[in-house]
Design a protein around this ligand. Structure first.
Ligand code: AMP
Ligand code: MN
Ligand code: MN
Ligand code: MN
Length: 283
């Protein structure tokens, strides 16, 4: 098996993307993707549709999700690939992790109301294809729609990140739980976009060390949220920790995402692609 154009990270309307699983599969195929995974946040409700759409587009497919985790006071994302989408512990864990989103969204709206932005909860909800998955992205789209900001990045910068008026602390799953849900369901756990976290060297060491100790197997090296220099850096990190490497655009929307499905550099040949560990899970 020699797959180069694997895209193992993207989002549909089932979480905070704007395209359906079928539209994503067609776009991935048009962009030359050979192996695809839909990785909606904390939710696997789109997996059957994605796998069927992949089949009809002639794409190889791995099941996927991106789990929100709290580690050392920061939110870290762990991608799961190739797991059994019917695994009961995994389903329950994801349901629990989604559970806090409604109350958090209401708190966010209350904060935004204090700075003069009314009805943001209802506004964000209109953009959420899946109300259980109401996320900061949906608030960002509402604030762009109402003209408060001109693009979603600006909303995050001014309102939705730590220290800004619409930001609400939240406690997600533990690293151990997320890694174990994935691995016990037969999948591989992957640290998503490691360059995005604001960790000290010691905290990053702890993340990678504990992730490995819990059974984590890979790290995203080439992603839409890394610069070339960051990909080089995390290729070295993967080798240092004996982790396999993943590649994924993190595509959310044709209007918002800088990197399209499949349109990113290949993994360096010195790395073990995570899909080699998952050969028997590819559909
Ligand atoms: P949540 O899970 O509700 O905290 O929302 C997190 C999502 O917000 C991420 O998955 C990204 O899609 C999006 N996001 C986070 N930071 C930014 C940013 N600076 N610009 C645009 N989107 C962002
Ligand atoms: Mn997202
Ligand atoms: Mn992420
Ligand atoms: Mn993502």
């Amino acid at each position: 098996m020699s797959i180069l154009n694997a895209d193992l990270h993207c989002h549909s309307v089932v979480s905070d993307g704007t395209l359906t699983p079928e539209e994503l599969a067609a776009r991935a195929a048009a962009n030359g993707v050979e192996l695809w995974a839909l990785t909606d946040h904390d939710e696997i409700g789109g997996q059957q549709r994605a796998a069927a759409a992949a089949r009809s587009q002639g794409l190889k497919y791995l099941t996927g999700t991106e789990i929100s985790v709290t580690f050392a006071g920061e939110t870290v994302h762990i991608v799961g690939l190739g797991f059994d989408p019917q695994d009961p512990a995994m389903l329950q864990g994801l349901t629990d992790n989604r559970g806090g989103r409604g109350a958090r969204a209401r708190d966010m709206a209350a904060q935004l109301a204090k700075v003069g932005i009314q009805d943001a909860y209802e506004g964000a909800l209109k953009f959420a294809g899946n109300p259980e998955l109401i996320s900061r992205t949906h608030f960002a789209r509402f604030l762009v729609e109402t003209g408060v900001c001109s693009e979603t990045n600006e909303v995050f910068r001014k309102y939705l990140t730590e220290g800004k008026p619409g930001y609400v602390e939240h406690r997600w799953a533990s690293l151990k739980d997320a890694v174990q849900w994935i691995t016990r369901a037969g999948g591989a756990a992957v640290i998503a976009h490691p360059a995005r976290y604001k960790f000290t060297a010691n905290e990053e060491f702890a993340l990678f060390t504990e992730f490995k100790a819990h059974g984590g197997q890979a790290v995203e090296v080439v992603t839409g949220s890394h610069t070339t220099a960051e990909s080089v850096r995390y290729a070295a990190t993967a080798r240092e920790y004996g982790l396999a490497a993943s590649r994924g655009s993190d595509f959310h929307s044709p209007d918002e995402s800088r990197i399209d499905l499949g349109q990113l550099p290949y993994l360096s040949g010195e790395l073990t692609p995570v899909w080699e560990l998952l050969a028997d899970r590819i559909q």
